[in-house]
Write a protein that binds this ligand. Structure first.
Ligand SMILES: Cc1ncc(COP(=O)(O)O)c(C=O)c1O
Length: 373
């Protein structure tokens, strides 16, 4: 990946933390039952997710509206296939998680970009006027990333309501990728009341709204290797074509181990997640304290409101993207290159800070090394 082993790898979006003990125990118990035959999805699996969404996000979901599906990236592809025709326009909001582009381009749809904008104070925003123009111009689907990877924004209720209104006015469907929804830095005790809260788009929507939400325990509980996820929609006219995509393909989510992990995580992983978020928050704050220190402005950025991903603006270094990657590798960190995230990505790097604090402390020196040039 980086041409050397002498880097701290901070790129792929998973955590260097053991999965919740409850997940480990459920897997051990399932493995101990040594018949690994064809399996069905038990009703208790969507129920576990529905209970989680009600408890953690205040979103009451009918388990009948939940379907377990094989991964959020496959879901992005399925949504594009089911809800649009070849040649139709699909909106993405770069810089954004790269498979969103691929799901559109590789299926012969037209990629319509609505680039995010950064305010003078470093806040990332959606360009709602341009989104309206694209929707009015015939865009059939918006692939929304909420919270947003890589900029770490938790879209506010007001922003999401406006997106929903635009979609309603123009009959545009929305696939809301909420895989990072559980990784929001909740207000500390006594902190400002306006601290970010994740609002599920499906909670704002009515059943008539053309909204599908994609969710997974993968990021939340650090079990992405199982690739098991879920879609939620109360809208039958979307559910039917979407589910038909899976029915056409000989794929199954009935993996006995993945199901055991999924259910144990949502039922028993909450205390682990809260402890994990405390570590991530402290890491985030230590990282951005280091980035802000020293006065050198080769790297800047604002702390993410959600996700364990930091979007670093390195344009102050005055390097092209290849040289920028070499400079970070020389400093000792293996990061994700910004251009992969599309328009607005050049000159940026994404850093994954979900590592033990002792290892993060060792990354501070490479950051200073990079800053000094
Ligand atoms: C926004 C977003 N969606 C989807 C995924 C991956 O989903 P899955 O592993 O379920 O395909 C990621 C992983 O980084 C992501 O950041």
């Amino acid at each position: 990946m980086f041409g050397t082993d002498a880097v701290e790898p901070l790129w792929v979006a998973d955590m260097d933390f053991a999965a919740p003990p409850a997940v480990q125990q459920a897997l051990a118990a399932r493995v101990a039952h040594p018949i690994y035959g064809y399996t069905v999805v038990p009703d208790s699996a969507p129920q576990a997710l529905a209970d989680w969404l009600a408890r953690r996000h205040g979103w009451p979901v009918d388990p009948a509206h939940i379907r377990l599906v094989p991964g959020v990236v496959p879901t992005l592809y399925a949504a594009v296939a089911a809800l649009t025709e070849p040649g139709q326009g699909v909106v993405v909001q770069p810089p954004v998680y790269p498979p969103l582009f691929d799901a559109v381009r590789r299926q012969g749809r037209v990629l319509l970009e609505n680039p995010l904008r950064e305010t003078a104070t470093g806040v990332w925003q959606m360009d709602l006027d341009h989104l309206e123009t694209l929707a009015a111009g015939g865009a059939r689907l918006l692939l929304l990333c909420s919270p947003h990877n890589p900029v770490g924004r938790v879209w506010s209720r007001d922003e999401l309501s406006q997106v929903l209104d635009i979609a309603r006015r123009h009959g545009m469907a929305i696939l809301s990728d909420e895989i990072h929804a559980d990784l929001v830095y909740a207000p500390r005790h006594g902190a400002a009341a306006d601290a970010p809260v994740h609002v599920p788009l499906g909670h704002l929507a009515t059943p008539e709204d053309r909204v599908v939400t994609a969710l997974a325990p993968s990021k939340t509980f650090n079990i992405p290797g199982f690739g098991l996820s879920a879609t939620v929609t109360a809208n039958d006219t979307l559910a039917r074509p979407l589910h038909a995509v899976w029915a056409r393909l000989p794929v199954s989510v009935a993996d006995p181990l993945a199901l055991a992990a999924f259910e144990a995580a949502y039922r028993h992983g909450e205390a682990w997640l809260d402890a994990c978020l405390s570590v991530l928050r402290a890491n985030r704050d230590a990282l951005f304290a280091a980035i802000g220190a020293g006065g050198a402005q080769r790297v800047t950025g604002s702390p993410p409101e959600a996700t364990y991903l930091a979007w670093l603006d390195c344009r102050g270094a005055g390097l092209d993207d290849a040289a920028l990657m070499r400079a970070w590798v020389a400093a000792g960190l293996g990061l994700s290159a910004g251009p992969r995230f599309g328009t607005g990505g050049s000159g940026h790097m994404r850093l994954n800070f979900a590592i033990p604090p002792s290892r993060l402390a060792q990354c501070i020196r490479p950051i200073h090394r990079f800053n000094l040039g």
